[in-house]
Write a protein that binds this ligand. Structure first.
Ligand code: ADP
Ligand code: MG
Length: 248
């Protein structure tokens, strides 16, 4: 479902991604772990095209993008928007549209990008809000919601674009501890439904439970990767061991 080949990205002199390659099969969940600054967010942003890589290629489903430095030719805005929509991304901060209701937030992408009719978009949005347990909040505004509720709206909004993969970047890091569980519950349900996902998280017990694979990054490289329980319980590299020791 996802194939990343030889991905490189620099910001000025700072080489942030150094030749990253990975394949993620349909329906599998990958936990992307590693110290702060190791390039996890940049990698997710490259998959979602929020950041344009320097070199390499990224394929999501049937959508392929190949980068060749200054010679890279990007498709037009609409093609880019569709590529992006194919990978739903949820961030630490919810980025909801404050002036819209919860229902409008979820309808917006399908109506503007996918050209879905409002009636159909509304029906789909209502079903998604039910799925994340927020049917009763459809007509409220984001400011009226708790952090956990906002994050569940953000997940519903990403799902409304019918993405083939979901990318989660530390989506529970900004939440009060008592609100973390409700958001992880939604992600767990998506995993059970067979959604292909890449998950950056500090919730190690959750990663161990839900992820099939762990990819451990350091300094822009993949240091270690493999089945989640093997890597988390029995890391081979000393840097990986030190990282997990903080969570035990
Ligand atoms: P992580 O998510 O693992 O903490 P990031 O991908 O956010 O790591 O950052 C990796 C490195 O890239 C850091 O050194 C960070 O300062 C740098 N970086 C990320 N985004 C930008 C940017 N837009 N401009 C310049 N440097 C950036
Ligand atoms: Mg990050």
């Amino acid at each position: 479902m996802i194939e990343i080949t030889g991905l490189r990205k620099s910001f000025g002199d700072n080489i942030v991604l150094k030749d990253i390659s990975m394949r993620i099969s349909k329906g599998s969940v990958v936990a992307l772990l590693g110290p702060s600054g190791s390039g996890k967010s940049t990698l997710l942003r490259c998959v979602n095209l929020l950041t344009i890589p320097d070199l390499g290629s990224v394929r999501v489903g049937t959508h392929q993008m190949t980068y060749s430095g200054a010679a890279t030719r990007l498709p037009g805005d609409r093609a880019l928007a569709r590529f992006r929509a194919n990978t739903g991304m949820v961030f630490q901060h919810f980025n909801l549209f404050a002036h819209m209701t919860v229902l409008q937030n979820v309808m917006e992408g399908p109506v503007t990008v996918l050209r879905t009719s409002k009636a159909v978009a509304r029906e789909q949005a209502q079903a998604l809000l039910a799925k994340v347990g927020l049917s009763g909040k459809a007509n409220q505004h984001p400011s009226q919601l708790s952090g956990g509720q906002k994050q569940r709206v953000a997940i519903a909004r990403a799902l409304a674009m019918q993405p083939q993969v979901m990318l989660f970047d530390e989506v529970t890091s900004a939440l009060d501890p008592e609100l973390v569980g409700e958001v992880l519950g939604v992600i767990r349900d998506l995993a059970k439904d067979g959604m292909t996902m890449i998950l950056v998280t500090h919730e190690m017990a959750f990663a161990r439970e839900v992820a099939d694979q762990v990819v451990f990054m350091r300094e822009g490289m993949v240091l270690e990767s493999g089945p989640a329980k093997d890597i988390i319980d029995n890391p081979q590299h000393s840097a990986t061991q030190q990282f997990f020791a903080r969570y035990h």
